[in-house]
Structure formats: structure tokens, C-alpha cells
Design a protein around this ligand. Structure first.
Ligand code: ADP
Ligand code: MG
Length: 328
């Protein structure tokens, strides 16, 4: 058995659950999938490259989880239901243990999310995992970035800043996190590292926000930058309150308030949803959000003029740094 065949058959194909909407999955030249009637496809691709998005020695299970989670987050941010994934994998060498751990992380999340792996490509080279994920939405009902209106309220799910702190903690960059790393903060540090290694995409929230949110984005590059993108796409601005930003207990235990706010605004790696909603829909929102397994917080209001205006105790607040950028 060739190594490539072993990878495709034993590591991946063996773990795939058969599904009705996939008449032909892994094994032929291409896969065949069946789109439910009245639906259109939403497609996202996100690549994780060793050295750029994760350290070479990152846990394989985490890489497997994250390459799917980051794409699930994009599909969730469109209000989509994820269905089919195609995986391009670059491997420096054949390491069956690494591959099995990668697959464990990947399929645990895929099975939870109802996603089928339908194909991919396996090449020798630098370590990377690039995933294309397809989902469906009823015709015309995807939530775009461009629909926010003046007067809408701006919400965010979860606790931004946690994942960025976790990433720095995993890199042992205590100075960058801004903590002394004393023993009683260890449990909080583990919690934050977990948030980075195993992000939970907000799929239920994304689906519930269809027909409710006027615009939506996931904040993987940082709350400030990504909200800015949503506002720009919508041709509006916003007034926001720094004091409203939800900070997790673990993050607050570990770093000073000012640093926690910086991480929440600019840290990135948070696979949370940021969206806008008309004020008369807030009751419906709150009723639906009771079923979500995450915090939900109002940060401010959409205004007609351009730009993001953050204030703290009534005074303008200058955001310290920009979000994650690949090409500086
Ligand atoms: P081809 O030479 O036609 O591109 P491959 O030998 O690369 O085919 O792949 C054979 C089958 O295995 C195809 O169905 C392909 O989609 C699937 N496949 C290859 N690599 C992966 C992977 N990493 N994960 C899932 N499916 C894969
Ligand atoms: Mg072929």
C-alpha cells in the first residue's frame, strides 16, 4: 500500500460518515453532492500554514480542529448550514501518529457540525492544511456584511481577547500577554490556551441570526478591524462603548484591564460573530440567544457617518494597534 493511499484510505476515508447528500465522496476524480431544493451554496476557504498560523510543533489534534473551525466560523457568519469539506494537506514527511491525531481533531468537530469530508489533495511539502467548506442557505437569505443601517444595534458573541491571550500563552510569551505567570493563574492560562487551540464556531447563532441580523462578520482578525470592515461594506459608522466589551473572568485574572481591552479589540483569533440588528428585533434575538452556548453583548449603535468611534467614560478612546495583518 503506498503511503498516499494509506493516508487517503486509512486516515481519512475510513472515518467519514456516509450521507445522503453525498452520492459520491472520497475515491473518484471528484465528488458529487446534492444541493437541497430552494438553497444556494456558500463557500469558504481558509488555509492554516505552519510557521504563519501555528507553530511547527503545535498539537496535531488542534490543527485538525482549527482548520475546520475557522471555516465553520465563516459559514456561520453568512447564516449558512455547513455540509461539505474538501481538504488540501501539505506534509513534510509521512507521520502516521501526527495524521491520526489531526484526523481525530478534524472528525470530532466535523461530526458535531454535520460536515462530510468529500475529498481533497495530499502533497509533500511544508506543513499546511487548507480547507474549502461549503454550506447552504435558502435562496437569497445569506447574511452579508453590507446590510447594516443607522440605528441598528451592534452585538458580539463570546469573550473577545481570550484566544489571542491563549496564543501568546502557548508561545510562552508572558511579556506580550502582560502577565507575571504566577501559579494561581495557571488554570486561567490553560482555559485561554484551550480557547485558542479549540475554538468553538458559533453555528447555532449564525443560523438563528438569518432573517434577524442586517449584517454579520466573524471577528477572526480582531473585533476592531472586522467590525470596521462590516461598517465600511454597509457604508455606515458606529458609536461604541469600551466599557461594554465583555471580558472573560480568566482574561481579567491574568492581565490588567487596559491590556485585556487591547487584546479584545486587536488580538484576533476569536471565532466569534459580530452583527447588527434593528432595535425592534432585540426581543426576538434575546429569546433565540437563550439556546446559544455563549455570551451575547451589545457594544453600541450604527450611525450614518463613517468610522468607528469608541468612547470610555464619555471620552474618545484611541484604539492602540491594528488587527492581525499578514503583509505589513
Ligand atoms: P487525483 O490524482 O485524481 O487528484 P488523488 O489520488 O489526489 O486523486 O486523490 C484520490 C481521492 O482521494 C480523491 O477523491 C481525493 O479527493 C481524495 N483525497 C486526496 N487527499 C485527500 C485528503 N487529504 N483528504 C480527503 N480526501 C483526499
Ligand atoms: Mg484524477
Amino acid at each position: 500500500m503506498s503511503k498516499e493511499f494509506e493516508i487517503i484510505e486509512q486516515v481519512f476515508r475510513r472515518r467519514v460518515r456516509p450521507r445522503q447528500n453525498v452520492p459520491l465522496g472520497i475515491g473518484d476524480d471528484a465528488a458529487i453532492t446534492r444541493l437541497p431544493e430552494g438553497c444556494e451554496l456558500v463557500t469558504a476557504t481558509d488555509a492554516l500554514v505552519a510557521g504563519t498560523h501555528f507553530p511547527d510543533d503545535a498539537l496535531a489534534r488542534s490543527v485538525g480542529h482549527r482548520c475546520l473551525a475557522v471555516n465553520l466560523s465563516d459559514i456561520a457568519a453568512m447564516g449558512g448550514e455547513p455540509l461539505w469539506a474538501s481538504l488540501a494537506l501539505g506534509l513534510p514527511s509521512f507521520d502516521r501518529d501526527w495524521l491520526d491525531d489531526f484526523a481525530k481533531g478534524f472528525f470530532a468537530l466535523a461530526d458535531k457540525a454535520g460536515v462530510t469530508l468529500i475529498g481533497g489533495d495530499t502533497v509533500r511539502g511544508n506543513l499546511f492544511a487548507s480547507l474549502t467548506l461549503q454550506g447552504v442557505v435558502p435562496l437569497g437569505q445569506a447574511v452579508r456584511r453590507s446590510g447594516a443601517n443607522a440605528g441598528d444595534l451592534i452585538y458580539v458573541t463570546g469573550y473577545p481577547g481570550d484566544a489571542a491571550a491563549g496564543r501568546l500563552l502557548l508561545a510562552d510569551d508572558l511579556a506580550a500577554v502582560g502577565t507575571s505567570g504566577s501559579a494561581d493563574t495557571l488554570r486561567d492560562a490553560d482555559m485561554l490556551a484551550e480557547k485558542f487551540s479549540y475554538p468553538v464556531p458559533r453555528l447555532a447563532a449564525g443560523l438563528d441570526l438569518r432573517g434577524l441580523a442586517t449584517a454579520m462578520i466573524d471577528i477572526s482578525d480582531g473585533l476592531n478591524v472586522d467590525l470596521g470592515r462590516l461598517l465600511e461594506a454597509s457604508g455606515v459608522g458606529a458609536k461604541l462603548d469600551i466599557a461594554a466589551i465583555p471580558l472573560s473572568v480568566s482574561l481579567r485574572q491574568l492581565v490588567a484591564r487596559q491590556r485585556a481591552i487591547e487584546l479584545a479589540l486587536c488580538g484576533g483569533e476569536d471565532y466569534e460573530l459580530c452583527f447588527t440588528i434593528p432595535p425592534d428585533k432585540v426581543d426576538t434575538l434575546q429569546a433565540r440567544a437563550e439556546e446559544w452556548d455563549c455570551a451575547l453583548t451589545c457594544l453600541g449603535t450604527v450611525v450614518a457617518g463613517p468610522g468607528l468611534a469608541w468612547t470610555l467614560a464619555g471620552k474618545p478612546f484611541a484604539v492602540p494597534e491594528s488587527g492581525f495583518e499578514h503583509f505589513k
